[in-house]
Each structure stands twice: as structure tokens, then as C-alpha cells.
Design a protein around this ligand. Sequence first.
Ligand SMILES: [Zn+2]
Length: 158
Amino acid sequence: MPPSRKPKFAPLKLEACQPLERVHARTNLRQRTIELDQALLADAPEFVRITVHEIFHFVWRRLDNATRLSWQQMVEGELRQQVPGELGWSAEWRKAKIVEDGGSPRRWREYACESFCDTAAWYFSPRRTHPEFTLGRGARSIRKRWFDHLLATRPLPL
Ligand SMILES: [Zn+2]
């Protein structure tokens, strides 16, 4: 029997939309869609940053548990050491809530995911500075090495 050429997952669908309320993009993991505010098309570096963040939500969802756990342990270590800052607002406000009240298990899960996606967005961003890149240099270089290793060792699941 010839090998199936059918892709394992449905293709991702990317759409430019009228201005979205309060967000640059909206992702639906089940429908495999990403809606992007069309204003991003006029700002290439921001388009890359936001789009990579959204694409990495699909990567996070399909990563193996050991890899996700490795990421969670790294960012939990940063929190224990009170490392300030983040690499995007999405992770930053969740981190602030956890610092404030300890965070629910759900908040911790969201923070792990958003910090992963924000770090991917920073990693691939053509910009080295951005108002949302507030994480210190030491923590940035540890996260960069973590991503270098991830990208060097396997194709990413989408
Ligand atoms: Zn996100």
C-alpha cells in the first residue's frame, strides 16, 4: 500500500482582518485559524513577532510532555529567583498575577504557554529591542539556548 500523502493535520489558515478589539491576533486551535489585524501588514517586524507568537501556540499544543515540562521548570525557576520582565505582554501580565497572588494551576499553565510563545516571537523577531522585551540579558540567553536546542533536535510539530 503506498504511503498516504494526506497531511497529518489540516493546514493552518491565516487571515488578515479588520481591526480586532484589544488584540493584534486571535487564534482558534481547534479550527486551526489565525486572524491577524490587517494593520500589522504595514509593520513587517511586528507582523513577524505577532504571527510567530500565534503559530507557536500550535507548536506548544503538540509538543511532547517532557519538552513542555522542561520549559515549565525553566520559567518556574526564573519566578523562584524573582527574575523580572518577560518577552511579551501576554506572558508579562500573567507573570505579574502569579507574583501577586501565587496563581492558580490554570494561570500557571497559561503562563508557561504564553512565555513559550512570546519567547519564540522574540527568538525569530528581526528586532532586538521592543518595549515588550523586558526580560534581563541573562534569562534571555538561557531561553535562547533552550530554543536553539529545541530547533536543532527535531522538526517542530504544528
Ligand atoms: Zn498567546
